[in-house]
Design a protein around this ligand. Structure first.
Ligand SMILES: Nc1ncnc2c1ncn2[C@@H]1O[C@H](COP(=O)(O)OP(=O)(O)OP(=O)(O)O)[C@@H](O)[C@H]1O
Ligand SMILES: Nc1ccn([C@@H]2O[C@H](COP(=O)(O)O)[C@@H](O)[C@H]2O)c(=O)n1
Length: 222
């Protein structure tokens, strides 16, 4: 079976960072499932659709015309032929994603697209339901978390580095709202798989988290 490492957890816990570093280290493929929900929201916004319209948003998700390109060692994301790399990371896309992700029809529409990422020699998949719903058979499952305050501070630092204006209280509010919506929804809510390793990164550096995850993967190969 093609091995899969899943990294789930709340927004800003460091999933994307650790998933990318682990994929590089292992030479495995990478699935950023949040990007698919963000792109679905952006496609809906661009078509002036209501993000609550389950049927229209599912059709949008199914027909998503996306391309992930590597240009000069960086990922470039195109939606309908347009570069949306920066837009995908915006708070508008994140909050929109969290709305459309609560629709079971949208989750169903993206199911097979995500499963198709499981290619040799292996896959690192980052999201909310990678270990519970999309890859329940995964070799190693990590549930990466951190306090809401630490996550808001990390996000603020990230946005400041991008030259964006930030309000820490506003970021903290958004993170808590997103946590609440992601955890309370009935379709694939944010929660650790029964067989996941839960890792609280509040007081850990990226290198320390990476070492723990790498050891968990190495331990399964013994
Ligand atoms: N252990 C850590 N200590 C300090 N900063 C961290 C740590 N892990 C990640 N970061 C930083 O926090 C920010 C958010 O990390 P990242 O984007 O990987 O989170 P995420 O869980 O994928 O978030 P989202 O689900 O919203 O995409 C980044 O700037 C990253 O460098
Ligand atoms: N497997 C997933 C991944 C993401 N979501 C939703 O998308 C939002 C954006 O995700 P990021 O990881 O890019 O921040 C997130 O808040 C979730 O609502 C999901 O439901 N399932």
């Amino acid at each position: 079976m093609i091995p899969v490492l899943t990294i789930d957890g709340p927004s800003g816990a460091g999933k994307g960072t650790i998933a990318r570093l682990m994929a590089e280290r292992l030479g495995w493929h990478l699935l950023d499932s949040g990007a698919l929900y963000r792109l679905t929201a952006l496609a809906g916004i661009d078509r002036s659709l209501s993000l609550d319209d389950a049927q229209a948003m599912a059709a949008c998700a199914r027909a998503l015309d996306v391309d992930f390109k590597i240009i000069n060692h960086a990922v470039v994301i195109e939606l309908d032929g347009t570069d949306v790399t920066s837009r995908v990371r915006s708070e508008e896309a994140g909050m929109g994603a969290s709305k459309v992700a609560a629709l079971p029809s949208v989750r169903d529409a993206l199911f097979e697209r995500q499963r198709a990422f499981q290619q040799a020699p292996g896959l690192v998949a980052d999201g909310r339901d990678m270990g519970t719903t999309i890859f329940p058979e995964a070799t190693v499952k990590i549930f990466l978390t951190a306090s809401a305050e630490a996550r808001a501070e990390r996000r603020a630092k990230q946005l400041l580095e991008l030259g964006e204006n930030v309000s820490l209280p506003r970021l903290l509010e958004d993170i808590k709202a997103r946590d609440e919506r992601d955890s309370a929804r009935s379709a694939s809510p944010l929660k650790p798989a029964d067989d996941a390793i839960t890792l609280d990164s509040t007081a850990l550096s990226i290198e320390e988290v990476l070492a723990i995850v790498a050891k968990a993967v190495a331990d399964t190969n013994r």
